[in-house]
Design a protein around this ligand. Sequence first.
Ligand code: RP5
Length: 164
Amino acid sequence: MKKVGIVMGSASDLPIVEKAINTLKAFEVPYEVHVYSAHRTPAEAGDFARNAQKNGFGVMIAAAGMAAHLAGAIAANTTLPVIGIPCKSSQLDGIDALLSTVQMPSGIPVATVAINGAVNAALLSCQILALSDEKLAKKLADKRAADAAAVLEKDAEIAQTLNQ
Ligand code: RP5
């Protein structure tokens, strides 16, 4: 299976990124994690993106906060699908990172998830890789079914205790 490349702009983003890592682990999807900044280490971020396809990656996740240009910088250097996680790491509650990540010009797409939406970034990566992996597609379908069953179980519990 192809790997997911995870890049974060700073080690301070790790508590958010860990949720993506744990989700990929749960689905047994291979990944590689790096700290490369679009601003502090632009050469390394660019090299990683440029070489990603030939190094066995199928999808990239880029997490950054504040003036979050990392996902766009990665996307500028690869045609692999890039998923951006805007991280809440400033006084602006992540709105700064959300707008910086989501407002890409035509031609260089970044699929942006919610502020701190690391779990969905990982799930979306799995969904992309599952296009050519039936086993992974089945795991995703099973997870959806389990999540739905958990909601209905809560519904039954609440109905029993609250409904007259
Ligand atoms: C961004 O600036 C990083 O992605 C991080 O969210 C934020 C703050 O970085 P540090 O100053 O904590 O390294 O580039």
